[in-house]
Ligand binder design. Sequence first.
Ligand code: HEC
Ligand code: HEC
Length: 298
Amino acid sequence: MRGRKYIVVIVLSWLIALSLAFALAFDRSRMERAEIAHAQALAERGAEIFAQNCIVCHGVAGQGHVGPPLNVPGLKGDPREDTDLYEMLYNTIAHGRPGTSEPTWYMLENGSWASYTAMPAWSQEAGGTLNEQHLRAVVHFIMMGDWNSVNRHVPPANLIVDESGRMDRDAMIARLPAGSGLSDAASVRGREIFVDRACIACHSIGGLGATVGPDLSKVGSWAANLTEDEWRAFLEAWISDPTQVENRLPGYWSNYGGPILDVSDLPQPSEPPPTQMPRLGLSEEEIHDLVTYLLSLR
Ligand code: HEC
Ligand code: HEC
């Protein structure tokens, strides 16, 4: 009798221990699944933040333009485990990085280009627009997100449409900013060309338009280190044929006055990458009138 009781007690306590272990293991894997789901949700949110803030310099697929490519294997990892990489990305995005005083295009080993202008600081403490949650999300995205998903989040062009859903050309022209120091006629003429020649399909001014190319709301004051004649000459050449402009580094991105990055370790400077801005076939007169308008945007 005593022997049997003893066995029952042993079996029972084994059963209890086993079920406890099961419960713990199950809980652990549930926690892990919840953590992974949380990380994935953060990465999704990060793709959105990337589409809104970073594609102008790093490209829609993270392939790099003004800034280096970010879609490289070296930046992939598990945000919980690869803490050094996580911190490096977080700090770079939060605090920015100095550029070179004379940015040039560099061909990287993976075949993409980087210009090594300055990387802006994004954290709110540093005067940027992203809070800690945003920064964590965008780091999760770079480390574990899907680069093909950025496209879905590129903000749609902000256009005024009529009842049939087509762009209301006249309303667009009326609503674009007038610019400063221009006659009404010159301002309207510039805005007409901007809308009719499709600049609006890729650029915005005063919040109207698209975000494929840089926002041109203050393009008149970008090149603080150039005379107005030099800036006009650059813009005319650029609009006439972007593919023929050798150093197309945006004037204001190149206006970097901070500490100089040591570029001696980088691959050699190379030809610039092909631009995404097409040749639009404007007449000389159209280009002149359009640039008069652009220069008045300050
Ligand atoms: C005005 C252009 C510009 C914008 C906008 C920009 N970057 Fe950058 N970024 C750069 C440049 C230039 C560098 C290279 C800086 C260096 O290393 O000196 C860089 C570097 C980086 C790096 C470091 C990459 C590496 O391999 O070390 C990360 C990460 C990065 N950017 C993320 C972002 C994110 C995220 C955003 C949007 C929130 C963003 N960048 C917006 C220009 C930009
Ligand atoms: C299909 C899209 C697209 C269209 C249309 C387009 N652009 Fe651009 N533009 C871009 C992109 C992208 C850039 C960024 C630079 C690059 O990729 O080479 C750019 C850059 C610029 C720049 C900055 C150049 C620099 O280096 O500082 C100006 C100014 C500009 N575009 C003006 C215009 C004007 C004016 C029009 C209409 C005549 C126009 N763009 C039409 C895509 C476009």
